[in-house]
Design a protein around this ligand. Sequence first.
Ligand code: 4G0
Length: 250
Amino acid sequence: MAQIRFDVLTLFPEMFHGFLSTSIIRKAHEKGLIETNVTNFRQFATDKHQTVDDTPYGGGGGMVLKPQPLFDAVDHLLQDAVKRPPILLMSPQGAPFTQKKAEELAGHSHLMFLCGHYEGFDERIRQNLVTEEISVGDFVLTGGELPAMVIIDSVSRLIPGVLGNHDSAAMDSFSNGLLEYPHYTRPSEFRGMEVPDILLSGHHANMEKWRREQSLKRTWTRRPDLLKSAPLTEEDRKFLRMLEQRKRSE
Ligand code: 4G0
């Protein structure tokens, strides 16, 4: 049995084909670590035109996604399920998706994603089917498919065995609450651009100190909001105070 199963409900299943057949996600499937099932909920429409939307009560423009095809699709997918998974609605009005949320979702054995291309979802879908409404950022897309792929990708890489030891999830940005330090590889000089001397010194403690300070400096410059919740040592705080002083005196 896979570590985690992703069920996706969408009107555009083809959008997932490239994603699911590529690189790390494909390998995770081949290793049996993750399982993804993409369903076109149009197949649960009951009329001969396979209608999934209708005009809104109260008038006004646009179309609203009918509740019946989605409720029936979820019932069908969960008929043999022992417990109900989180049912996530991809929406710009949702709670912000974060690394912390990815870690929480990675603790489940089953997740279900509802993707729409509609301004309007019948409110009963939200209130009685969906357990969480999630947004991947403050922007609007033509549909919830890309956000669902974003979440599936970020959750999958947290499943043990999906990433090689090499790029393990414990190593990256956010795992220590800070942005990453700059990386360099050979050559030590390229078109006149040099690698910082300290990284060529071989002095392990100095290199670690430099990396920590670069992380702190980058976070301070680009994402000062992250410093409020990052675990910082007294030495980190001292370095940040120095950056503040230096800024005030320039
Ligand atoms: C408008 C998610 C658009 C409303 C979905 C869905 C961006 C995001 C869409 C809905 C999306 C995001 C109420 C389901 C589809 N665009 N930022 N487009 N509802 O995560």
